[in-house]
Write a protein that binds this ligand. Structure first.
Ligand SMILES: [Zn+2]
Length: 181
């Protein structure tokens, strides 16, 4: 199966995952392309992180066309190096489904996942990830590593990157600029 790296890419698996019961109403409620609509929810989470003086990264997880988990980076507040947006959302999604297997889920995150989060996504068997801004310093999907495409691992993740990249990236740029200023 072809692995997508553009916003145009869709796959049969992804189409299937989006064919949820709640999908129609969400589609009506939000504007833009499907990936952009959900990424905007992740962006809201990222803004919540910025408001808490945390590096602004946000994530949401969908199952059956509805949001079952959302989280943002809370590394400072929780004094926890693992408290990345994706990790918090994965834990929440697993609790919501009562299973560590998140095989029917799609994860949206505003920043390219790091090696820890990509590892957790693989462990959770998440089939699809949509991410926003590339992370040249820690990205493990295409920037530094390509963990989701690594055939040595027993699970592969379809991924679509650079969705609302400018919005996702500028949130981070502004945050660090303010920190320095
Ligand atoms: Zn991470």
């Amino acid at each position: 199966m072809l692995l997508g790296t553009t916003t145009e890419a869709t796959s049969s698996t992804m189409d299937e995952l989006f064919r949820g019961a709640e999908w129609e109403s969400f589609e009506a409620a939000l504007g833009g392309s499907p990936h952009e609509r959900w990424m905007r929810l992740a962006l809201e989470e990222a803004r919540a992180a910025a408001a808490e003086d945390e590096v602004p990264v946000g994530a949401v997880i969908l199952a059956g066309g509805r949001v079952i988990a959302s989280g943002h980076n809370q590394r400072e507040q929780l004094a926890d190096p693992t408290a990345h947006a994706e990790m918090i959302a994965l834990t929440q999604a697993a609790a919501s489904l009562g299973s560590w297997r998140l095989e029917q889920c799609v994860l949206y995150v505003t920043l390219e996942p790091c090696p820890m989060c990509a590892g957790a996504i693989l462990q959770a068997r998440v089939p699809c990830v949509v991410w926003g801004a590339a992370d040249p310093k820690a990205g493990a999907v295409e920037s530094l590593y390509r963990l989701f495409d690594d055939r040595r691992l027993n699970h592969r993740v379809e991924h679509v990157g650079h969705v609302l990249e400018t919005e996702c990236g500028s949130l981070l740029t502004e945050f660090f600029r303010n920190k320095r200023g």
